[in-house]
Design a protein around this ligand. Structure first.
Ligand SMILES: [Zn+2]
Length: 563
């Protein structure tokens, strides 16, 4: 569209009103209240004249099988001209994390003005940084103000203005704009995974050509006073291990194998192991770390724990499930060999102390993926196993829906179940992946990146420098995990196959619409307001960015891609 200086006049006040209303939908992640945010979003657009004329351009798509009946919602404006189908998608999540942090101010967490007063009253108990920012009046405080209903309100105010503009002048915009609002980002991103299906449907219905996805997640952490654009988002995988030893009485431990010994060696070899970190264009992904480790004993007894399980979080910039699984195979094999060798060494030393000659224990250890274990049971027991497994899956699914079991315990319960059909009881490590899986995305990976999108970050950097003398930089990966992970995928077939072989819950209790993501595949950028202390009592977003700079930069980006 042609640049109009007055387009943004007074938008700050509108953003504020939208934000305050959006915050009042107390949409804590993993709850039914997320639907209040969805209703606020669709209700806002349905009340505007543009959408009253185009009622099919606002709506929602239910998340398949969602226990809370949540949906991905969208609103859209359509311009005219030969490039009317060129489309920019804005995306935001409208769930927020819990408010326990606010303690006695908890009831004020969703009301910025009242919260500010409350925080001022207890300012002497707060860190200095928060106190200074409170007194400066430069920030909006509140749960979700920064992460990310602030950014969401910028998107909504901009779309509202484009709608109003198009009512007067249908030629004012040469393309299509969509704002998509999704729940569950702070949890498993069920909203964005359904959102990819919604976008694939809209693409088909309107013959859209997706040019760019813009997210407005906050910039925090190392961004400091400078601004930051991200042209990608880190990925995440959670490898799991299910280790089976050999039972024995604790009084005679060399008779068996303690599963804890094996899983400890796995931890030792993988915890913070930078072989799992990727370097892309000089940026290094965080080191992996374990999030859970436990045995499967239900009560105390004097036998060795036969089964131990655990999983770790791996943040990726370029690796895919198949490359990670290959690394895991090598590590599991080395672990098994090392532990068995160690046991033999200890056994020899033990016998020596006892005045006995050395003697070797001939344990044979197995290492396999979840899919290989499944196939072994199927070979041995055929239909009997297949039917039993399907029934067990249904039981677990029900328990999950009723909140009686966690997703990771479902995963391990399925592996346990398969062992009932395995005859060879020598020690084993079974490995695979548990949900969630976030693909890594970055514009530099895209084969046919268009010139206007490739040069957009530099243009934005110059624009911000000229207008406010503010410095911006570009990073390849948004450091927090974000919904942008589901904007593009490459080698979808390989990824599907790897997930099917390694993730017990895939296709049953967890899905990634790989084919739809492939069909909507588009580059992305994050242009978000600066803020601090997300997920904490001091959560706040910088007013200057929220009300002025990010709307201006975003409008500028739209003009570059839809000229
Ligand atoms: Zn966020």
């Amino acid at each position: 569209m042609k640049h109009d200086e007055r387009f943004l006049d007074g938008i700050g006040q509108e953003i504020k009103e939208i934000l305050y209303g959006y915050l009042r939908a107390e949409s804590i992640t993993g709850s039914r209240a997320e639907r209040d945010a969805e209703q606020y979003f669709t209700g806002f657009f349905r009340n505007q004249p543009y959408w009253q004329q185009h009622p099919d351009q606002v709506g929602s798509f239910p998340i398949p099988g969602d226990p809370y009946d949540r949906s991905a919602a969208f609103a859209m404006v359509r311009g005219t001209g030969s490039n009317a189908n060129d489309t920019i998608v804005f995306v935001h999540h409208n769930d927020v994390v819990t408010t326990e942090d606010y303690k006695r101010l908890r009831s004020l967490a969703f009301s910025p003005d009242e919260l500010e007063q409350g925080l001022l009253q207890i300012k002497d108990t707060l860190p200095e940084d928060i106190r200074t920012d409170l007194e400066s009046g430069r920030y909006v405080f509140g749960r979700g103000a920064c992460d990310m209903k602030g950014g969401a309100s910028i998107q909504m105010a901009l779309l509202f203005r484009y709608g109003r503009l198009l009512l007067d002048n249908p030629a004012a915009l040469t393309g299509t704009l969509i704002v998509m609002a999704v729940p569950d980002e702070e949890n498993l991103s069920a909203g964005m995974r359904a959102g990819a299906i919604l976008l694939a449907q809209l693409k088909q219905k309107y013959n859209l050509n997706y040019r760019l996805m813009i997210n407005t997640e906050p910039q925090f952490g190392n961004a400091g006073e400078n601004g930051m654009f991200s042209i990608g988002s880190a990925g995440k995988m959670m490898p799991f291990f299910h280790v089976r030893g050999v039972p024995a009485h604790a009084g005679d431990p060399f008779e068996g194998i303690n599963s804890l010994g094996i899983i400890s060696e796995l931890v030792r070899r993988t915890e913070l192991n930078s072989d799992f970190s990727d370097v892309v264009m000089g940026e290094l992904s965080p080191a992996p770390t374990w999030l859970c480790l436990k045995d499967r004993k239900l009560q105390y007894d004097v036998s060795l724990p036969v089964t131990s399980v655990g999983y770790l979080s791996v943040i990726t910039f370029s690796q895919t499930p198949d490359t990670i699984l290959e690394k895991l195979r090598v590590i599991c094999r080395e672990t098994m060999d090392t532990v068995l060798e160690q046991i033999n060494r200890q056994y020899t030393a033990y016998r020596f102390k006892n005045g006995l000659p050395p003697k070797e224990l001939f344990w044979k250890g197995n290492v396999m993926t979840f899919g290989e274990l499944y196939q072994e049971a199927l070979r041995l027991h055929g239909e009997l196993f297949r039917n039993g497994y399907a029934a067990r899956l249904q039981e677990l699914k029900k328990e999950l829906e009723e909140d009686r079991i966690t997703l990771s315990d479902c995963n391990f319960a399925l592996v346990d179940y398969i062992y009932d059909f395995i005859d060879d009881l020598s020690p084993r490590i079974v490995y695979g992946l548990i949900p969630p899986y976030y693909p890594n995305v970055c514009n530099v990976f895209l084969p046919d990146l268009s010139e206007d999108v490739r040069t957009l970050p530099d243009k934005l950097i110059r624009f911000a420098a000229d207008l406010w003398s503010q410095r911006y930089d570009t990073e390849y990966f948004y450091p927090g995990i974000s919904d942008l992970s589901y904007t593009s995928i490459s080698r979808g077939g390989d990824i599907l196959q790897a997930l099917e072989n390694s993730m017990p819950l895939f296709g049953h209790m967890y899905d990634i619409p790989v084919r739809e993501i492939e069909s909507i595949s588009m580059p992305c950028i994050n242009i978000g307001p600066r803020g601090k202390d997300v997920h904490k009592i001091g959560e706040r977003v910088l007013k200057e960015d929220l009300y002025e700079r990010i709307p201006t930069l975003t409008q500028y980006a739209v003009e570059q891609i839809l000229p």
